[in-house]
Structure formats: structure tokens, C-alpha cells
Design a protein around this ligand. Sequence first.
Ligand SMILES: CC(C)(COP(=O)(O)OP(=O)(O)OC[C@H]1O[C@@H](n2cnc3c(N)ncnc32)[C@H](O)[C@@H]1OP(=O)(O)O)[C@@H](O)C(=O)NCCC(=O)NCCS
Length: 203
Amino acid sequence: MTTSGRLPYPIALTGDGIQLREWRDEDLEELVHLLDEPDIARWTPMPSPFDPEAGVAYLKRARQSRANGQRIQLAITAFGDKPVGEVLLFGVDAGLREAELGYLVGASYRRRGFASTSLSLLSGYARSTLGLSRLLLRIDPANVASCAVARRCGYQLTGEPPILQEGPYGSSSLDTWELVSAGGGTRLERLRNVAARRYGRRG
Ligand SMILES: CC(C)(COP(=O)(O)OP(=O)(O)OC[C@H]1O[C@@H](n2cnc3c(N)ncnc32)[C@H](O)[C@@H]1OP(=O)(O)O)[C@@H](O)C(=O)NCCC(=O)NCCS
């Protein structure tokens, strides 16, 4: 985190054949192509159909939340500069040093490691550069692809109760996953943080 408590902007992260970069207005057509898709509608809070109007609003909101330092929202690019998906970091709690991450990949680019590579890159940045120690994902257990991404990147299920969510394409029951690889703190620290989130921080 910066000393102002804002997330850094702009940033670009590179590794394993992909680059994560800020969204641009010129990405509109590709963004609509990526996000107007049934799995995105089912498993994410995106509007559906995701038409150019939704795309313009999405890029505008992304720019605003980047500029005011609330979230990190990056296009996943491969094959030159072309976006193939998106990875996000949001809901930062500076006191608990935690944040939530999310990801999506366009239907024609799936199962090539883009989501897991991107999640690993952003998780590493969140730990090493932002100093966040608790990185969380919220996933419906029926979303097998997303659960596989989480596992592959070193996230594990926590014992927290599921979060129920109603969406236009059905309800979701979101489990909480946490990155538990090196640097994730001791089991006792993790349990303390679970308790702090559930019951409020003390001291
Ligand atoms: C979830 C999603 C991002 C995965 O993207 P991806 O780029 O295909 O994922 P990866 O290629 O990195 O795959 C990582 C692992 O998941 C597995 N996986 C991917 N899609 C899968 C599927 N449909 N069924 C089973 N396993 C799957 C891969 O085989 C791989 O497993 P491995 O570690 O055993 O090799 C993509 O399917 C998507 O955008 N879905 C809709 C949006 C969404 O659900 N976002 C997450 C909300 S919580």
C-alpha cells in the first residue's frame, strides 16, 4: 500500500508469458467479446447481456476505482497486447492486511493457464509490494473451474460460513479460500484473523 493508503496506479505486472496492464478505452470491443458469455453471467456479478453500453460503463468505473486507489483491476494480456481476461484485487482491509481477489478469462482462452498465472502474479504482488498477508477468494463450490484455479495457486478453503448471494441466474453460496503458502502467517494468526472478521477487531 502507498503511504496514502491508496492502491498504486498505474501498474503493469509481467511473468510466465502474460502481462497484466490497466484497461484502456480502446479495449471496449474485446471487453464486450470476453464478458458477454454465460459462465461469466453465472459466476460473476457482471450485467448480462454485456453489451457495448455495459462495456463503456464498466471501463468508466474501472478507471474511477483505479484513480481513487480503491481496487486493482487489470486486463490479462497475451498474444501481443490483446486482453484475454481480467484479474482484480479489492475490499482491502489495511488493519487486517487483507484483500479479496477475483478473475475471469474469455471462453475462447480458457484452460491455458491464464487465470492461474494471473492470480499467482497478482497474489505475489499483493504480498511482496502491497504488504497484504491475507489474500482471499470467494467461490461457489459448483464453480469447478474457479476452485481448480484457487487450488493450483496455493489457496485453501477456510472454515468460514458460506456467503449467500442472489443473482439473476441463480443463487450462489460462496466459500472463502485463503492463500496459505509461505508468508501466510501461522495457523494461530489465521484463526485470529477469521475471528476478527467475524466478531470485529479487538485491541
Ligand atoms: C474460472 C476461470 C477464470 C478459469 O480460467 P482458465 O484460464 O481456464 O484457468 P486455468 O487455465 O488457469 O486452469 C487452472 C486449473 O483449472 C482447471 N480448469 C479450468 N477450467 C476447468 C473446468 N471447466 N473444469 C475443470 N477444471 C478446470 C485447469 O485444468 C487447471 O487445473 P490443473 O491445475 O489441474 O491444470 C474461467 O473458467 C472463467 O472465467 N469462468 C467464468 C468466470 C468465473 O467463474 N470467475 C471466477 C469467479 S469466482
